[in-house]
Design a protein around this ligand. Structure first.
Ligand code: NAI
Ligand code: A1CAB
Length: 267
């Protein structure tokens, strides 16, 4: 991405925790100038000032972009303190909080709701975006370019998709990390050392994930390629794919619970 307009006019980041920090790391690696970044956060990471980023300083009146990455529960406190006009693109990554809530705070601004995930910190995130009526093609393209700097971007057809997206790809890395934990624990229970089990589980998830993307094949076909008839994988999958007690109903409940929480946070 060409960061020259952002480097000239500034980017304000409100909330520089795990997600805001992951995005910022990605943007800085990709050419956003530290001096163009203004972080607002009561508990900022120590190294931000060392990098030359303005921390809790005076904000530019009309930055190119205002990124909001605070917890949804903080929004009622944070939004009334911020003010931007039509020339600033507002991007929020908060789960649940609706475009209407941001429109009440920034009536003139183009606004994009985005749902990234933490692999953004290493350029491997996936972010879904939806804009309000004031976000025209230029603003959508800017949001897309900014978020493309930290991974892939998909545009949604409607805001009503956002809670499901949040539950799937926003929260999804946590499910995968837990899968690594569970596989490692199970390997340990079968007699491996903790270190070896974790090494094997981590490398297996990373390798399988890379293969799934690399081959762009139906994951069912990749699964079948591992599964010899009457072999070890078939025995394992009989448990994992059990329609009542296996992963499919568990994942259905997991994603439904996360989506329901997103809807609650938006109220
Ligand atoms: N962590 C994740 O994987 C993802 C998080 N999100 C969204 O990102 C947002 C932030 O989540 P996390 O980064 O996980 O939380 P976090 O707790 O790591 O970061 C929140 C940051 O906001 C700061 N903060 C608190 N009050 C503030 C205020 N009044 N003004 C400015 N900053 C303030 C905190 O000091 C903290 O650094 C949430 O809305 C969440 O829904 C979205 C996608 C993925
Ligand atoms: O847990 C959360 O609420 C946020 C949204 C998606 C990932 N983390």
């Amino acid at each position: 991405m060409d960061f020259s307009d952002l480097n000239a006019r500034g980017l304000v980041l409100v909330g520089c925790g795990r997600m805001g920090g992951a995005l910022l790391d990605g943007w800085l690696k990709n050419g956003l100038a530290a001096r163009a970044v203004h972080v607002v956060d009561p508990n900022p990471r120590a190294e931000l000032s060392d990098l030359g980023i303005s921390v809790n300083g005076k904000l530019p009146a009309a930055p190119a972009v205002l990124v909001i990455a605070v917890k949804p529960q903080m929004m009622a406190d944070v939004l009334p303190r911020l003010s931007v006009g039509a020339g600033t693109l507002v991007i929020s990554v908060a789960a649940g909080v609706t475009l209407a809530a941001y429109e009440a705070a920034f009536p003139a601004a183009p606004i994009v709701r985005a749902m990234p995930n933490t692999p953004a910190a290493i350029g491997q995130g996936i972010t879904a975006v939806i804009g309000n009526a004031r976000a025209g093609e230029a603003e959508m393209a800017l949001a897309e370019a900014l978020l493309s700097a930290v991974g892939r971007v998909v545009r949604l057809e409607g805001e009503d998709q956002m809670d499901a997206v949040t539950a799937l790809s926003g929260s999804g890395p946590a499910y995968v990390f837990h899968m690594i934990e569970a596989m490692a624990a199970a390997g340990e229970a079968e007699g491996l050392s903790a270190a070896l089990a974790l090494d094997l589980a981590r490398a297996t998830v990373a390798g399988a994930g890379a293969l799934a993307v690399h081959e762009d094949a139906d994951p069912a076909r990749l699964r079948e390629a591992v599964t010899s008839p009457g072999g070890t994988t078939a025995a394992g999958l009989k448990e994992l794919m059990d329609p009542k007690a296996g992963l499919p109903p568990l994942m259905r409940r997991t994603i439904a619970a996360a989506a329901a929480r997103g809807r609650e946070l938006g109220k």
